[in-house]
Design a protein. Structure first.
Length: 321
């Protein structure tokens, strides 16, 4: 694992008023100052404790927040359990590997004991995502709060999530539909600096790539060989896979360096190097971790402010009131 220098470890606490989109006008960084002033310290404590027991927690929480916002806006719908009459988002094909929901449960339990019926599950998700990044060596930021929890969650809607096999046109369309720019796309993709990918999510690049190549020619040969060794053609080890970059529990800019070296994991990662605009951003972030941190914070605030159709403050994040 590569360490962070003093400058690169700098935690950015950024003013957010200049990045909030018009549809997020109701959100405020001081939303709970009077109704639940300890909300952030309580949540941070819960996330720290979970990280001590499981190093995969930060990546899981960051991904969970992203998957929540990309379906119905940031309304906590990804947290709802399926019922006899409805299969919820968390049980959709593209969400089946989401985990660490217990962290949200623990945070909600603590908050309900301190300030019952006040803090939404959607806000908890936004806050744990920020803590996941900051506690992994990345930047911190003031999270705008005031989201309400949604009452609708459908597994069928998870097909709208960006897929790891997407090309640059598909990625751009997916992000633009949510009001996110190409810079947001490249910056938010940097979240792949944390986490682990199962073989199934990049099998398309290392076996039967196309009629001409068995392996994606954009992959660096020795790296491709290492992936094929871990994930053979008929892999039967469900837990097999690869870290998303060489420092997969540290939030840094190595992800971008690896794209330029032909060592990205997903097709969607490699896709960022196939268009002039996005490749220039990849290069900028690879050369400057500070530039990446600044862009990531701006884009995270923008994404986490996508308006949902929430109507309530859930007392239990897994079920509607």
């Amino acid at each position: 694992m590569q360490g962070l220098g003093p400058m690169l470890a700098l935690v950015f606490v950024l003013v957010i008023s200049w990045v909030l989109s018009p549809f997020a006008a109701a959100l405020s960084t001081n939303y709970y100052d009077h109704t639940c002033p300890e909300v952030e310290s309580i949540i941070t404590r819960v996330v720290k404790k979970a990280m001590m027991n499981d190093k995969t927690v930060p990546a899981a929480l960051l991904r969970m927040h992203f998957h929540d916002c990309f379906i119905r806006g940031c309304d906590g719908s990804v947290l709802l359990n399926s019922t006899a009459k409805n299969k919820a988002e968390k049980d959709g094909r593209r969400n089946i590997s989401l985990h660490a929901f217990y962290v949200i449960d623990h945070a909600k339990k603590e908050l309900e004991s301190q300030c019952p019926g006040v803090v939404s599950c959607a806000d908890i998700l936004a806050l744990v995502a920020r803590d996941a990044v900051a506690l992994s060596g990345g930047p911190s930021w003031n999270v705008p709060k005031g989201r309400k929890d949604g009452r609708i969650s459908k597994a069928t809607e998870t097909v709208r999530l960006p897929d790891p096999t997407f090309n640059i046109s598909q990625l751009q369309q997916s992000f633009s539909e949510r009001g996110l720019s190409l810079e947001d796309l490249v910056a938010l993709s940097g979240g792949h600096t944390l986490g682990f990918a199962h073989c199934s999510s990049f099998q398309n690049r290392i076996h039967n790539f196309n009629s001409t190549h068995d392996v994606d020619p954009s992959l660096q040969p020795s790296f491709a060989a290492s992936l094929r060794k871990v994930c053979p053609m008929h892999n039967k080890v469900r837990s097999a896979g690869s870290g998303l970059d060489s420092s997969a529990i540290t939030f840094d800019n190595i992800y971008y360096k690896r794209i330029l070296l032909g060592k990205s994991i997903f097709s969607s990662d490699e896709a960022l190097s196939t268009a002039t605009t996005t490749k220039a951003l990849v290069s900028k972030f690879a050369n400057s971790q500070e530039e990446f941190y600044t862009a990531f914070v701006k884009s995270m605030i923008k994404m986490s402010s996508i308006s949902g159709s929430g109507q309530e403050i859930r007392l239990n994040c897994r079920v509607v009131n």
